[in-house]
Design a protein around this ligand. Structure first.
Ligand code: SDX
Length: 427
């Protein structure tokens, strides 16, 4: 590959350096393009645009590869834990046993919420969507912790990151409790990160709660699968909000808002609702035809991806985990059979083959979460819980980059040219 690219506009030619990463596509550094040509590039969905350097996560969409700091997602999901993957994303290397124990202890010491913050829930209607509550309560965290919001201070960034990772399970569990009218359950630091979340969600003061180890392992694996994913929409939102120097808790609240959309993290809720609407395998061909119909806004939720043009490796692990959870809980759900047959039919349909549409992380996750007992409205809140470590790791990477500047895209202006104001009596 050449080390520079040239661009000819009219009779003027300009050159731009080509940079290579450790793996993956090279980039053409066009930072001087506007100054030299007077033109902007145009890439509304950022389909061909790298916004930053990053060493956290690598995705090869054609091969269906996902690496966190070089480690394949399948191996991390099989052999690691969410706390260990969180340490890896934040620090760049797998921890020693002492390092992992110390990190886990630190996180466990930040699981409680300020009692004033618990009052915020009372302002919501009981039927408020948990993601609306997550946006509000996490944003409200920016009104606390004035002792550690100097983002130029690595120690302040570290404690804010730990607080966010530690408090998201408590915030998400409280959102669920509030929606079902049950009392909040305080964290129990004798449990694992994920076991504590299960107890805060499904435990009640009237009874002893026993964590089911198979469910705990399955949910911990689901958190690993959702931890980080390169420069997706919500991560890019966090980076852009953080580039102005905004409060870290407010930046994560912005990421939660973006993740909520059905085209992004909200797809797990939409996918299970879609599978339930299909109901039985005989209805699948009708929905596949709807998904292919340009005049029908219906899309197969949990299918397709901006980057993966092969099977999302996370969906592979997720499908395997469905079977484990069903066996452990001795449950079944006809919706899983619908999902399996829908996948089979779609993957053999020329439309999906030609457009390289495969199941993504959201296609099977809802089947598992529903079997565990979560309502569909909680699915994206769980995605946000797990993705928080990715958001804070990406935010830290950006803030500590000496070349970091505030993000400020330009535009192709298509509005009216300058014209004089007209008084209302003369319009
Ligand atoms: C996540 O970015 C990330 O990494 C996100 C994520 C993460 O971990 O952060 O991986 C999590 O958000 C996964 C994606 C969850 N979303 C869904 O499952 C919603 C359904 N999928 C689509 O809306 C869509 O596939 C997107 C939004 C995921 C990707 O859209 P793109 O890259 O903008 O692609 P596109 O919409 O331009 O689609 C390309 C073509 C189009 O047809 P043409 O206009 O070329 O004729 O494929 C079609 C689309 O109509 N298409 C689908 C489809 N997805 C794309 N047709 C039917 N059903 C679908 N699901």
């Amino acid at each position: 590959m050449s080390d520079s690219a040239s661009l000819k506009i009219g009779d003027k030619e300009s050159g731009y350096p080509i940079r290579s990463g450790t793996i993956g596509p090279d980039v053409i550094d066009i930072r001087k393009l506007y100054a030299e040509t007077g033109c902007f590039t145009y890439d509304p969905g950022f389909t061909s645009t790298a916004s930053c350097d990053s060493a956290l996560t690598y995705i090869d969409g054609d091969e269906g590869v996902l690496l966190h700091r070089g480690y394949p997602i399948g191996e991390l999901a099989e052999d690691s834990s969410f706390m260990e993957v969180s340490y890896l994303l934040l620090n760049g290397e797998l921890p020693s046993k002492d390092e992992l124990d110390s990190f886990t202890y630190t996180i466990s010491r930040h699981t409680m919420l300020h009692e004033q913050l618990m009052q915020f829930y009372r302002g919501f209607r009981r039927d408020a969507h948990p993601m609306a509550i997550m946006c509000g309560v996490v944003g409200a965290l920016s009104a606390f912790y004035h002792d550690s919001t100097d983002i130029a201070d690595p120690e302040h960034r570290k404690i804010s990151s730990h607080r966010l990772i530690a408090k998201m399970p408590t915030i998400a569990a409280a959102a669920y409790k509030y929606s079902v009218g049950q009392p909040f359950v305080y964290p129990d630091n004798s449990l694992s990160y994920t076991g504590n979340f299960l107890k805060m969600t499904f435990g009640v003061p009237a009874e002893k709660y026993e964590v089911n180890p198979v469910v705990e392992r399955a949910l911990d694996r689901i958190f690993i699968l959702h931890a980080d994913h390169e420069q997706n929409a919500s991560t890019s939102t966090v980076r852009l909000a953080g580039s102005s120097g905004a409060n870290p808790f407010a930046c994560i609240a912005a990421g939660i808002a973006c993740l909520w959309g059905p085209a992004h993290g909200g797809a797990n809720e939409a996918a299970l609702n879609m599978l339930r609407e299909i109901g039985t395998p005989d209805k699948i061909p009708h929905y596949i035809e709807r998904a292919k119909d340009k005049n029908d806004p219906f899309r197969l939720m949990g299918f397709g991806h901006r980057v993966y043009k092969n099977y999302d490796p996370r969906a592979t692990v997720m499908q395997k985990t469905v079977r484990e959870v069903f066996d452990a809980l001795k449950v079944s759900d006809p919706v899983f059979e619908v999902a399996l047959q829908l996948e089979e039919m779609a993957l053999n349909d020329p439309y999906f083959i030609e457009k390289k549409l495969f199941p993504n992380v959201d296609f099977y996750s809802g089947v598992i979460l529903s079997a565990i007992g979560f309502p569909t409205t909680m699915f994206t809140a769980l995605f946000a819980l797990a993705r928080t470590v990715g958001w804070v790791a990406q935010w830290n990477e950006m803030i500590s980059d000496p070349g970091q500047k505030i993000g400020r895209p330009r535009q192709l202006y298509t509005g009216p040219t300058q014209r004089p104001y007209v008084e209302i009596g003369k319009r």
